[in-house]
Ligand binder design. Sequence first.
Ligand code: ADP
Length: 259
Amino acid sequence: PAKDPNQPPTPTPIEGVTAVVPVASGKGGVGKSTVAANLALGLAKLGLKVGLLDLDLYGPSVPIMLGVKDAEPTSSGDKLAPIVAHGIKTVSIGYLMDNEKALIWRGPLIMKAVRQLLHQVDWAPLDVLVLDLPPGTGDVQISMAQEVPITGAVVVTTPQDVALVDAVKGVDMFKAVNAHVFGIVENMSYFICDECQKRHEIFGNGSVKPLCEKLGVDYLGDLPLDTAVRELSDKGTPVVLGDTPAGEAYLELARKIKA
Ligand code: ADP
């Protein structure tokens, strides 16, 4: 029988890619892209073959964080060849669009771009493809869930109450499409003072763990608020590449996801 064009596509695995791990957040500015980039590089540091797909339509920042903002992907046969940075393969939705036009992209165009970036890029062979999603729930998330089976999602939040409400929405979105959620990671959780070495919990503390229990997902740990995290991302060499306590915190997240 002919396929009903109104039916959504059935999720299809990406050839040669073992796991797909979206990184999501309920709202912007909580460090979702930072976590996605450091998680991808952390998994590579642990010996996996990794890809990082930037689907953050409203602020594609992966090319800057990986130091490949001026690189242009080339074609390889009928597929797009990803850019290789710090040993991982990467492509950004930013390469397909004009930054100013991002906000006027409509559903069908977004769906097409998401499909192409998942299925028409030369990703293989990969152990894991990490996806940096836009904040919130929208066309990109729906398209992603229709296009590929999800291994497990990582939801990023900060300890603030307002961000937590959004984290719940983030988790619910994956539950609605029957996708597994690995858990919630708490970013910008604490600040270690250079002078006094004391731990300051700037946005409060202790509410993410009980939230995870309530939602039935794992608590994936806390990540420090650290100037070096931002500075190194801006320089194109994310903190996890180095050997610092902040880098170690992100590497620990990668260990949990690998396991
Ligand atoms: P999102 O993807 O959620 O919008 P980003 O990852 O772009 O957030 O992070 C927003 C800003 O906060 C960036 O400038 C980033 O470098 C900075 N940032 C993220 N996480 C941390 C952290 N743990 N410590 C310090 N700065 C951070």
